[in-house]
Design a protein around this ligand. Structure first.
Ligand code: SF4
Length: 214
């Protein structure tokens, strides 16, 4: 794992996490990013923030007002309901919309709390903890999954949940953000789904899949 980390670091650089301490923003962005591209997601998010002064106001607002604000992000009827029910579930479970306690809560409690929220799975929970608070959870998306699988870091056909736990166990906590970002870059640029460029890959000699296919 460290050899892979070092190769990717030499190739892509060493990204540094800058935790934003805004877990609700992260959760709402996740809902808004469903079935759309980053640009439309960002337009919807900006409109939502411009329309409401804080998340408490969003939680209290009629769902039609939320829907109107996020319309450019697509399937706004579904997303507005999701956002409202998620904020409602947080307020009910935590007693507040302030999630700062997730920064220091025991790991299992923090994950369990987030995964109880409607529509939140392990990847989203990991995104919230990593990007908001720099907690060492490695979000496994389709790119991270594919690259890890080809490299033999996770067992064939492992579930995303097992992949998450496996990578979490083998990546040094201080490297989680870096490994996540660089595997994502690698999956988008070189280790693509249909046409991986194994011949020019900096990981070729470490990769069982690449060795078998060049
Ligand atoms: Fe992906 Fe091929 Fe590189 Fe392995 S050698 S990581 S399969 S691009």
């Amino acid at each position: 794992m460290r050899a892979i980390r070092d190769r990717l670091r030499a190739y892509y650089g060493r990204p540094r996490n800058e935790p934003h301490h805004a877990p609700l923003d992260e959760l709402v962005l996740t809902v808004l990013s469903q079935n759309t591209n980053d640009r439309n997601r960002d337009v919807a998010y900006t409109r939502l923030r411009a329309r409401f002064p804080d998340w408490e106001s969003v939680a209290r607002a009629p769902v039609q007002e939320i829907e109107e604000a996020i319309r450019p992000g697509g399937i706004s009827k579904v997303k507005s309901r999701r956002i409202k029910s998620m904020l409602g579930a947080i307020a009910e479970d935590a007693g507040t919309l302030d999630l700062a306690a997730l920064a220091t809560a025991p790991r299992d409690d923090a994950i369990a709390f987030l995964e109880r929220l409607p529509g939140v799975g392990r990847k989203t929970a990991a995104c919230v903890l990593l990007f908001s608070f720099d907690r060492p959870e490695l979000p496994v998306d389709t790119h991270v999954y594919r690259v890890s699988s080809r490299l033999g870091l996770i067992r064939p056909k492992a579930s995303f949940l097992v992949a998450h736990e496996t990578l979490r166990a083998i990546v040094d906590p201080d490297d989680v953000y870096e490994v996540h970002v660089n595997m994502l870059r690698h999956g988008r640029r070189i280790c693509t789904a249909r046409n991986p460029q194994c011949e020019s890959c900096p990981l070729l000699d470490l990769c069982p899949y690449g060795q078998a296919h060049v």
